[in-house]
Ligand binder design. Structure first.
Ligand code: GLC
Length: 574
């Protein structure tokens, strides 16, 4: 059933554009000038929630291995897996008690090796999470450190005297609420923890700590991992003279005064360590990558993460991730800034991860969320940046928060309820099909409940529906592979005063067509009169390669292009 509207053919079922997934895919090649991580599509997996293979209600390594074909068919080049190391699970794995083992909950080292080799067969690289800032308080290093003031590992953590009885050394606050200092009666001193009490910070000023932590990197690189995502990278150092942080107006959701983390974030010493880490990975073949988690507040700080091309290759760009509104000017400004970053570093974009509500509802307007999900996918996957997908966003998974405090798993939600409900909502099980537990697990209870939305939003159903979010992602990912402009084309912003529509040009010199990307970030139909003459384009029409919500093959006039509400147009010009 088709109708003609505004020059575009609106079809319910017909699928005229390139609808088939790519058949054979080569591994994203790597050379010194053009390393793989510049072109790879990376996919974040929260292992507890991806696939349970042994029926205990928690995802595991063999579960991930069993879904590699899905990831391959989707068009994924690398997976980053959140921590699977032994852990008391206070912060669901970000509190590590042994860096060189696998928690039995997720499997064994042999399972991990098997995952690496199966992934390799499908041209998928595996990136590990590397939690460098802190360990678990049950790590043997900390157990030794806390045992006496003279223990050889005492200085592996940050121990200080209080200001007086019951008074911590200064006003620093934990990211997860309340003082960042915990008193330990064994030795009558406080230890510092940026995150939970059970996550004491390592002392990166101690050379033995560095040596041990670099050994951890080598352990996993020797097993074949393709790099690391460095957790909380900007928080590795604290001001040694313990200045109080400046107090800001208002209170946070834990009831503490707001503060500026001036003396614990982004200290210059961080960069020395990042250079040392880069030096380690650079000794391994295959261009292993370093990704940094750090919500850098501005382009200057973000640019510093690249160093002199000797620190982080892919710093996660939280500014783009957290625009949190469909604003063409906001995105345009940020895209421009990062594209022109003075370090010439590779931008790295994402819209969702395991710490923030899912993009489906953060950017959705409550009416057009599915179309907006496609719009955000088009933005993520058509700039020169390396894209990071969060599991489930390709099927439109939404944030599903716990209804009652007693259901909360994430300790943030337990501390901050009801204002802060925690991160369970974005960590729910992957929705594979319409069977029990959405095909995630055969257990009676899964560690977090499967959201009711699984009945409509799941891989099985969406694979069959040409108009689904998943089908759109597949076509877009296929386009990234088939169009050199999406790989090598320069980024040229167009129509820069347009407040509603974001458009840009991916221009290639002699390597096939250039690409026009036009994204309507509003709920109204919009018409554009683009002029590509300054780009050397005299052609008047553009051939659509991928459009939404309408699917059309009809060439369009570049100087009279109409887009539906939240419409996407990706077309070729030469
Ligand atoms: C990072 C992780 C987050 C964790 C925190 C403490 O921000 O992404 O999940 O809670 O570090 O390790």
């Amino acid at each position: 059933m088709c109708a003609l509207a505004g020059g575009l053919i609106i079809c319910g079922q017909v699928f005229p554009q390139n609808t088939s997934a790519p058949s054979t895919k080569t591994r994203v090649e790597t050379t010194q000038e053009d390393p793989w991580w510049k072109h790879a599509v990376i996919y974040e997996i929260y292992p507890r929630s991806f696939q349970d293979s042994n029926g205990d209600g928690v995802g595991d390594i063999n579960g991930i291995t069993s879904r590699l074909d899905y990831l391959h068919d989707l068009g994924i080049d690398a997976i980053w897996i959140c921590p699977m190391y032994p852990s008391p699970l206070v912060d669901f794995g970000y509190d590590i008690s042994d860096y060189t083992a696998i928690d039995p909950l997720y499997g064994t080292l042999a399972d991990f090796d098997h995952l690496i080799s199966e992934a390799k067969k499908r041209n998928i690289r595996v990136i590990m999470d590397y939690v460098a800032n802190h360990t678990s308080d049950q790590h043997p290093w900390f157990e030794e450190s806390r045992s006496s003031r003279t223990n050889p590992k005492r200085d592996w953590y940050i121990w200080r005297n209080g200001k007086g009885p019951g008074q911590p050394p200064n006003n620093w606050l934990s990211w997860f609420g309340h003082s960042a200092w915990t008193f330990d009666p064994t030795t009558n001193q406080y230890y510092y923890h940026y995150f939970y009490t059970e996550q004491p910070d390592l002392n990166w000023r101690n050379p033995q700590v560095r040596k041990a932590m670099y050994g951890v990197m080598r352990f996993w690189l020797d097993r074949g991992v393709a790099g690391f995502r460095i957790d909380a990278a900007s928080r590795l150092f604290e001001d040694p003279s313990l200045h109080d942080d400046p107090i800001l107006p208002g209170k946070n959701s834990y009831g503490d005064p707001n503060i500026e983390h001036k003396y614990t974030d982004n200290l210059p010493e961080v960069h020395e360590v990042l250079r040392e880490m880069r030096h380690i990975v650079a000794q391994y073949p295959g261009d292993p990558v370093l990704i940094s988690e750090a919500d850098e507040p501005n382009i200057t700080e973000l640019t510093r993460m690249y160093g002199n091309n000797d620190e982080i290759q892919l710093p996660m760009d939280f500014q783009i991730a957290d625009v949190n509104r469909l604003s063409a000017p906001d995105f345009r400004t940020l895209l421009d800034e990062i594209e022109r970053n003075s370090a010439h570093g590779q931008p790295f974009y994402f819209f969702g991860n395991h710490d923030q509500p899912r993009q489906w509802d953060r950017y959705g307007d409550g009416v057009h969320n599915d179309q907006i999900a496609k719009l955000m996918a088009a933005l993520l996957l058509t700039t020169p940046a390396t894209p990071l997908l969060y599991y489930g966003e390709e099927i439109g998974m939404r944030t599903t928060l716990p209804a009652r405090k007693e259901d909360v798993q994430d300790p943030i939600g337990k501390i901050g309820w009801p204002e802060e409900k925690g991160r369970d909502g974005e960590r729910t099980p992957m929705q594979w099909d319409t069977s029990n537990n959405a095909g995630f697990s055969t257990a009676t209870h899964t560690w977090l409940p499967v959201p009711p939305s699984f009945a409509q939003y799941n891989v099985e159903l969406e694979s069959r529906e040409p108009g689904s979010i998943l089908s759109f992602y597949k076509r877009l990912l296929a386009l990234r592979r088939s169009e050199p402009a999406l790989k090598y084309g320069s980024y040229i912003p167009l129509d820069q005063n347009n407040s509603f529509v974001l458009s840009y040009f991916r221009k290639t010199a002699g390597k096939g067509d250039s690409l026009l990307v036009v994204l309507n970030l509003t709920g109204e139909q919009r018409t554009l009169r683009l002029d590509l003459a300054p780009q050397g384009i005299t052609q008047k029409t553009s051939r659509p390669l991928l459009t939404a919500p309408e699917i059309s093959d009809e060439s369009l006039l570049i100087d009279n292009l109409t887009l539906a509400p939240f419409g996407v147009y990706i077309g070729a010009v030469h």
